[in-house]
Design a protein around this ligand. Structure first.
Ligand SMILES: Nc1ncnc2c1ncn2[C@@H]1O[C@H](COP(=O)(O)OP(=O)(O)O)[C@@H](O)[C@H]1O
Ligand SMILES: [Mg+2]
Length: 361
């Protein structure tokens, strides 16, 4: 990794070889000292923070330090807490959170740029073999986070990073612990704080679609589908067009996979990340064999459901019905126990009405 421009102590951002220079003002000038760390170069900037290459003055070790832009401190602390819970080879490793008095996140330094850089280098789409590598790494990272109950919520090319050896890792968990409404609000906010809405799942952008239930990993799987489309076609995922029209030599299973992931209705998407890993395994085998296999049939066979899958529409409906029935059921029981027929009748009617309402909805 080589750096030029941006000498120590200058306010001018350094230029990292092969990477666009970081534009706009930086929250801290180069050369600043943060505890034992000295900021040497600016390596990235998003809507929330700037990331610097820093060097430990005593042990000559390098790290990436994320410094929040004004007013974004809380998000950085949240990110540190989420990352602190996650240890996985495909997730950026956090080392420390320094608060003196503002928070700074110390992380492993990833010298290979981000996925947006890679897509820019391949205007007509990234080679399939390389897409598979990124796709598998990102999916394993999501699987790990989802199993810990953490939804990333901001998966996009700028947040997928590469280390010096070429391994891909997911970073920027700053939105993962926020309220569901936060991204929706920031998407419509004037400062565009969270960046592009292109990748965001419908139920995340419009929380009312969740009807009171929790956002889950399927929101990340939607973004992941958009990410795959962007990598494979080199085109913006604002609309998803049939891949055969854009890159006809691509294996047809990619299209099957992507269309399954970007379903507007989360119940129609694969239930979990490991289900998508199975599908990627199929694609890898197909590519290795270098031929097109027999038709796999409808999407549901590509992402087979397992009994252990959580979040089926029926299960969620049943839980909503139970919640609605608590008060009528109490009325019903009191009525039955005391002989107050009016209570029994009202409770019974309400139970039936809520059943009809849930089935109708
Ligand atoms: N650990 C890291 N090592 C090297 N570069 C990084 C690292 N973390 C982030 N970056 C770079 O900085 C950019 C902004 O970081 P990010 O965490 O996404 O900030 P934001 O929350 O503002 O979006 C990333 O797109 C990436 O290019
Ligand atoms: Mg980011």
């Amino acid at each position: 990794m080589e750096f030029s421009g941006g000498t120590l102590g200058s306010r001018k951002p350094a230029r990292v070889r092969g990477k666009l220079p970081v534009s706009g003002p930086l929250p801290l000038p180069l050369g600043s000292q943060l505890g034992p760390w000295q900021l040497e170069a600016a390596v990235g900037k998003g809507g929330q923070a700037a990331v610097y290459l820093a060097r430990h003055r005593k042990i000559d070790r390098v790290a990436a330090i994320k410094v929040p832009l004004d007013g974004r401190d809380e998000r950085l602390v949240r990110e540190a807490r989420a990352l602190g819970k996650l240890r996985h080879p495909a997730i950026v490793q956090v080392e420390d959170l320094i608060q003196e008095p503002r928070p700074y996140l110390v992380m492993e330094f990833l010298a290979g740029g981000n996925l947006a850089d890679l897509v820019r280098q391949h205007r007509n789409g990234v080679p399939e073999e390389q897409v598979l590598e990124v796709a598998e790494a990102v999916l394993r990272a999501l699987d790990c986070a989802h199993r810990k109950g953490i939804v990333h919520r901001d998966l996009k090319p700028e947040n997928v990073l590469r280390d010096a050896q070429g391994a891909w890792k997911v970073g920027d968990f700053g939105l993962s612990g926020g309220a569901v409404s936060e991204l929706a609000n920031s998407l419509s906010s004037a400062d565009g704080g969270v960046g592009t809405p292109l990748y965001v799942a419908p139920e995340q952008a419009r929380p009312e679609l969740l009807q009171g239930s929790k956002l889950d990993g399927r929101a990340d799987l939607f973004s992941y589908g958009k990410l795959l489309y962007h990598m494979l076609t080199g085109q913006s995922p604002s609309t998803i067009r049939p891949l055969a029209q854009i890159r006809p030599r691509l294996h047809w299973l990619w299209e099957r996979l992507i269309f399954g992931l970007v379903e507007e209705d989360r119940y129609k998407r694969p239930a979990t990340a490991d289900r998508v890993l199975d599908a990627l395994g199929t694609i890898r085998r197909e590519l290795n064999q270098g031929r097109v296999s027999v038709e796999l049939g409808p999407t549901r066979h590509f992402f087979p459901r397992r009994k252990s899958d959580e979040g089926s529409r029926e299960g969620e409906r049943f839980r909503r019905w139970l919640r609605l029935c608590i008060v009528p059921a109490v009325l019903f029981v009191i009525g039955a126990a005391t002989g107050w027929r009016a209570f029994t009748a009202i409770g019974g009617l309400l139970i039936i009405a809520s059943g009809i309402y849930i089935a109708w909805d």
